[in-house]
Ligand binder design. Sequence first.
Ligand code: TXA
Ligand code: MG
Length: 316
Amino acid sequence: MHTRLLSTDDQGLAIACDWLSQGDVVAMPTETVYGLAGDARNATAVARIYEAKGRPSFNPLIVHLPDRVAAEKVAHFDDAARALAAAFWPGALTMVLPLREDAGIASLVTAGLDTVALRVPAHPVAHALLERFGGPLAAPSANPSGRISPTAAAHVADTETGLGGRIPAVLDAGNCPVGVESTIIGWVDGRPALLRPGGVSAEQIEAVLGQPLTRPAINPDAPNAPGQLTSHYAPRASLRLNATSVAPGEVMIGFGEVAGELTLSASGDLAEAASNLFDLLRQADATGRPIAVATVPETGLGAAINDRLRRAAAPR
Ligand code: TXA
Ligand code: MG
C-alpha cells in the first residue's frame, strides 16, 4: 500500500472522509501529535487502527469529538468534568469518563472497559475533519506501538519508523504545535487522578478543580493509561538522562544553558522544548549513536517531557 500525503483543503478533507466512511484509517494532525483516526462506531475500522499500529488490544483508544455537546452523548459528565471541559476544550486534555450505554462506540475502542477516554482537539484540521465526518473518531498517536510519537506528517509516512505503507493516507498540516500528547485525567475512587502528564499541566488542572490530583501507582500489568507501559516512546539507541556534558560518541540533546548538537530550547522555554521533543529524538536516533539529554525541570510542561524521556530511556 502506498501512503498518500493529503492536503488539508476541501479536496483533501473530502478524500479523508471517504476513507473514514469506508471503515478505513487516516492519520490526522492534532495540536499534540498526529493521530491515526478511524470511525469509533465501526469495529472493523477500530481493528484496522490496532493492526496498523501493532498495538496490544488491552490498550484502549481516545475518542475525538468536535465539541462538548457531542462528547456528552458518549459519556456521563459530572460537575468536575464539565468544569475541566469548559476550561480546556478544545485542547490537550483527555478525560476518562463513564461510557453511556447508548453511545454506539465499538467495544474494541474501550477494550471492553465501562469507561471511555474523550478529547475535543483544538487543531483546525482535526476539527474540520470531525465536523465534516459527523461522527466520533478513535485515534491513538499515529506511530507503531511503543515507538516515538509523530509530530509531522513525514514522521507518520516514514516506511521504517512510522506507518508508511501500512495506512492509506496522512492529512499533512506540518508540525504539531504542542508536541507532546494530551494530559489524561480519570477518576479513581471518586477523586480526580493524573493518568498521564501531557500538554495541559497538572498545575493548571488543579487550579480549575480547586484540589490536588492524585497520582495513581503504576501497575505495568494493568495499565490504565498508555504511558503506564514502562518502555514507551522508545528510540532504537540508548538514552542517558540528566546529562551535563556529552561523552565520546554520544549525540547530545541540550536544554537551556546545557548546549548540545541538538537543542530542545536554548532559552529554556518548556513549550518550545515540548514541541521539539519527538522530532529531536528521531533526529538523534537517526545518527545511530547513543543519546544524552540535558536535565529538564519538572514544572509545568516539564512533567510531560520528563515522563516521555524516562520511558524512552527505560530498559527494554
Ligand atoms: O494527544 C493525544 O492524546 C493523542 C492525540 C492523537 O489525540 N492520542 C494519544 O492516544 O496519545 P494514545 O492511544 O497513544 O494514548 C491514549 C491512552 C491509551 O493508550 C490508554 O491507555 C488511555 O489513553 N485510555 C484510553 N481509554 C482509557 C480508559 N477507558 N481508561 C483508562 N485509560 C484509557
Ligand atoms: Mg501513543
